[in-house]
Design a protein around this ligand. Sequence first.
Ligand code: SAH
Length: 253
Amino acid sequence: MTGSLTIVGLGPGSPELMTPAASSALCQATDLVGYATYLARVPIVEGQTRHASDNRVELDRARHALALASEGRRVVVVSSGDPGVFAMAAAVFEAIESGEAAWRALDVRVEPGVTAMLAAAALAGAPLGGDFCAISLSDNLKSWDTIERRLQAAATADFVIALYNPASQSRPHQLTRTFELLRQWKAGSTIVLFVRAAGSTDARLNITTLAEASAAAADMRTMVIIGSSTTRLITREGAIPSVYTPRSEISRP
Ligand code: SAH
C-alpha cells in the first residue's frame, strides 16, 4: 500500500466552517498528527491512531508524519484555520526538501481551510475590501528587525494589515511596540479591530482606533486588523457597527 500525507485546515473553530473536503480527508485517515488542542476538534473515528504533539516542534512533527506515510499509512496532519498560513504545510514541505529521497515520491496534498483573518474580517463586515497583507508578530522564526521593516513597508504603502500571533507569553511587548511604530505613519483615527475566537460560538469583536488601541486587548486567540486610510465604520441602529474598506480608491468627479 502506498502511503499518503494530507495537511488539513480545520478552519477557525466552528464545525460549520470546516470544508467537506477537510472532513472527508479526516474520515479516511489511518493516523492523525497535530497539536493536541487541534486534534481535540476532530470527531473520533474508530480505528484511527492519534499522535498528539507539542506546538513548538513543527519540523519534528512533519518528519514524524512523513515517516508514518512512508510506512504506508494514510496520514493527516491537522492545522487550525488554513494549513498554509503560518502553519504546518510549509513545515511539511521543508521536511520533504531536506529529508529522505523516498519522501518526494509520497502522495502529498494540502486541504485548505478558512483562515482566522477571513473569519475575523467577516465578523466585522468587509475590512479586507481593498489591498491587504498579513504579518505574523511571532519572532520565533524570524528576527524582530524583519517584522519592524515589514510593518513600516505595509503601513507606508497603506495596506490593511492583518496581524497573526499578536501576543505571546514570552514576549508580551510586541504588540505595544507595533502600535507605537504604526502611530508614526498612520493617523490616530485609523480603525483597529480586535477579534477573539473568530468563527466560533464565543467570537468577540472590539472596534477601536489606532490612538486608543491597547495591546492588553489581545491574546493568543486574537486577530488584530488595522485599517487602511479608507477603512471606515457605519453605525447601525440596534446593531454593532460594520467596518469596511471600499473597493474603489479612485475619486470620481
Ligand atoms: N493557520 C492558522 C494561523 C496560525 S497562527 C490560520 O490560518 O488561522 C496562530 C494565530 O492565528 C493566533 O495567535 C491568532 O492570532 C490567530 N488565530 C487563530 N485562530 C483564531 C481565531 N479563531 N480567532 C482569532 N484569531 C485566531
